[in-house]
Design a protein around this ligand. Structure first.
Ligand code: ADP
Ligand code: ZN
Length: 732
């Protein structure tokens, strides 16, 4: 599209709105004109909507029918690279650009003027007032603080005095009261505040990264090193360099709402806390982050995947920590992988992106091996910490009692830890009490009424729950199928049931169950994690939640209850995921000086994945996994696309799928294989029937165009939906 810098009032402009139209809309520029990239308020039907100026209008509409944009919103214009990024994401994910624009305008009250905030500062040299111990505290805290203007809340937190003392001090002339903009810049970060002295492995990694960073153009780096090797410290040095260059930096972390540890680390390193962007941040603060990112008042943002769509103006570095983590993939609404989009954004910005992990995704590992990414290793754990020793417990030899899952050897090791006042972690990636409830008379398994999924018993909330749609119901007395009473039995363990067994076996131990559904809010979960890191818990029972970057200094033993669960099924990434998860979880043990241990319970110790984990030879694992994928022409060696057609009517969904199957010409040109249509592995969710295609293409270029042309051959009427998942991570 042709774009000029400025459009005069009544020029015809092309606008992208946040409404679901797959095209640009023509408007007349508002009073006072507008720029390319300006955010506008626009009339649309009877409503007012937000849009961004993309360029000159096409002029295909009669001028007299065009409406005038209402006004320009008082925020900085959207940069060229940001607009380009949105276009490329839209093309890559085959999603209308409007929905992508929505991802970056998800900020409250964008159209409203900013609010002000009351702040206080110390009046210097004023001594003519009554002295009290409270006032002494107040004055000493304020005079030591770097920033001079603070809100009452901030003063309360640094000085410990009550807000009444602050108000009185203001009245007595000790403090000066002022109003400033709520959306004010974040305190400056000092790149030289407190750098850590790096060890020799870290110095080498830092040198390599520094060398690339100097060249100041697009590079992707895979920073690989075992848990605790000091990757974070190394990439914080890269952050420091970017800050010195006046650039903005984005650090993406999975499950960021659950931990404050990282923010404290940043504060220790740079003297102040960075801007924070995730679901746990207040609306007012999110608005401040958005505005400051777009005006340069925020230099460092630590965020969840959606932070990638913030309007940075000078983004010099993106870090994707734990880059293999599944939570980077957004699976509903706009389907995208934040890790891949981070690489894309860096390539458009001409900047550096660092993907950090102890257990990279196979995709990134292959990209590093073939030279597309630069591979930087850190080879040892930092300091005295050594990697935990790994052992398999062969459950064929050590028989478990019925309805028990902790073997005798695992029990002995936990007891030893308890005696030494050290923590153990029992890992089982299953929420709830028990995954299956079955009728002993007729064999019926209780499943969800709306989904093709078993209901999972959650004893904590005393209900059965569907993990697909969240629907719950009470446990029935009679079997819903045969009607016979008292014959329903639970089979297999979830974390809640495992906790019962642990409490029986270790009656004096303090046990905590870490599972996302057991806590009402991220805040209470965060508090529990904090309690564990402080050492106030003896045994942690957890789902994959515990694999994520938490630092539990007293943790010595990790017991993996059932590694075989993850290896079953036909998921392309089953091996890779189990490998990553178990390596990550066992990496939690022995992070400080004492040697950690991981015990892995399995019925198949000779399984290649189990053997690779025990041997601890990461490269071996990736080499063999890569070879298998290559033979099967699977990602990253070929491209996969998942297409799901859904409707309340199975016939309608199936007939649309058959229509698509009849005309696959656009894909034939790429020699792509089309599997399906077939009922998706979960064939019904929330009452909607799901029919799936999998497209496997040896070529990547032209794939999106081909898919777009293919699905355009059918039209979606009524409640029919078609979703496209490029590079699917889960197959359901
Ligand atoms: P990773 O990110 O690879 O898991 P971290 O960077 O979190 O590793 O380092 C593990 C621990 O070692 C952290 O507590 C960290 O503060 C400490 N650490 C790492 N490098 C250094 C260093 N050079 N000086 C002091 N402490 C360090
Ligand atoms: Zn359901």
């Amino acid at each position: 599209m042709k774009a000029q810098e400025f459009y005069n009032e009544n020029d015809v402009i092309a606008v992208v709105t946040t409404e679901p139209f797959a095209r640009f809309l023509d408007y007349l520029a508002p009073e006072g004109g507008c720029k390319v990239g300006s955010f506008l308020i626009l009339p649309l039907g009877k409503r007012k909507v937000i849009g961004v100026v993309w360029g000159a209008g096409e002029g295909n509409y009669e001028r007299s029918k065009l409406r005038s944009a209402t006004s320009v919103i008082n925020v900085p214009t959207m940069s060229y690279t940001m607009r380009r990024f949105l276009e490329v994401v839209s093309d890559y994910t085959i999603t209308p650009i409007n929905l992508i624009l929505r991802l970056c305008t998800r900020v409250p009250d964008l159209t409203k003027p900013s609010v002000t905030l009351k702040v206080f500062s110390l009046v210097s040299n004023y001594t003519d007032f009554k002295k009290t111990p409270q006032r002494d505290l107040l004055i000493s805290a304020l005079s030591k603080n770097k920033r001079s203007k603070l809100t009452a809340k901030e003063i309360v937190s640094i000085s410990g005095v009550s807000s009444a003392v602050i108000t009185a001090a203001a009245r007595a002339g000790i403090l000066d009261e002022q109003r400033i903009e709520r959306d004010s810049p974040y305190p400056a970060l000092d790149p030289d505040f407190k750098p850590k002295k790096l060890n020799s492995s870290q110095i080498n990694a830092d040198k390599e990264i520094r060398h690339v960073q100097k060249q100041n153009n697009f590079t992707a780096i895979l920073l690989q090193g075992v848990t605790g090797s000091g990757k974070t410290e190394v990439y914080l040095e890269a952050v420091a360099n970017a800050l010195k260059n006046g650039q903005q930096v984005l650090v993406l972390l999975p499950e960021i709402a659950l931990t404050s540890e990282f923010f404290n680390r940043v504060k220790n390193r740079f003297g102040e806390k960075p801007a924070e962007w995730h679901s746990g941040v207040t609306l007012a603060e999110r608005r401040r982050v958005w505005k400051m990112v777009s005006s340069g008042g925020a230099k460092l943002v630590i965020g969840a995947r959606s932070a990638l769509f913030l309007p940075f103006i000078n983004l010099g570095l993106i870090i994707v920590d734990e880059e293999h983590d599944q939570s980077y993939k957004q699976e509903d609404g706009v389907i995208y992988n934040a890790r891949d989009m981070a690489v894309l954004r860096s390539s458009i910005e001409g900047s550096m992106v660092i993907l950090a992990s102890a257990t990279p995704s196979l995709e990134s590992w292959v990209n590093a091996k073939n030279g597309k990414y630069k591979h930087v290793y850190i080879n040892e754990r930092y300091g005295q910490a050594t990697l935990p020793s790994l052992l398999a417990i062969d459950l064929r030899k050590e028989k478990l009692k019925s309805d028990e899952w902790i073997s005798v050897s695992l029990k002995e090791s936990v007891t030893e830890c308890l005696n030494n006042n050290e923590q153990s972690l029992l890992f089982l990636n299953r929420r709830g009490y028990s995954p299956t409830t079955v009728c002993r008379t007729c064999g019926n398994q209780i499943s969800c009424d709306e989904c093709d999924a078993r209901m999972v018993e959650h004893r904590f909330i005393k209900r059965l729950m569907c993990h697909q749609c969240g629907h719950t119901k009470v446990m029935p007395d009679k079997c819903p199928s045969c009607g016979i009473e008292g014959k329903l039995a639970v089979i297999g363990p979830g974390v809640e049931r495992l906790a019962e067994e642990a409490q029986r076996k270790f009656p004096n131990a303090k046990i905590s169950v870490l599972s996302s559904d057991l806590y009402g809010s991220a805040k209470s979960l965060k508090a529990e994690i904090q309690k564990i890191s402080e050492g106030n818990i003896d045994i942690i029972i957890g789902t994959q939640l515990v694999a994520k970057g938490h630092n539990f200094p007293k943790l010595r033993l990790v017991g993996v209850i059932d590694i075989d669960i993850g290896l079953q099924g036909s998921d392309l990434r089953a091996a890779e995921r189990t490998y990553q998860l178990v390596r990550q979880v066992s990496g939690r043990a022995g992070r400080t000086d004492n040697k950690g241990m991981a015990l892995i319970q399995t019925y198949q110790p000779e399984h290649p994945v189990v053997e690779a984990i025990i041997k601890g030879d990461d490269d071996d694992f990736w080499v063999s996994e890569a070879k298998q994928r290559e033979l099967a022409c699977m990602p990253p060696f070929g491209k996969l696309v998942g297409i799901v057609i859904s409707s309340n009517s199975l016939d309608k969904a199936m007939s649309l799928a058959n229509q698509l199957k009849k005309n696959t010409h656009p894909l034939d040109i790429l020699a792509a294989k089309i599997y399906g249509p077939a009922p998706a592995p979960i064939s019904r969710i929330k009452g909607r029937h799901r029919i799936r295609f999998l497209v496997k293409s040896p070529r990547t270029s032209g794939l999106q165009d081909a898919i777009r042309n293919w699905v355009a051959t059918v039209s979606l009427k009524g409640d029919l939906r078609l979703s496209i998942d490029i590079d699917p991570q889960s197959f359901y």
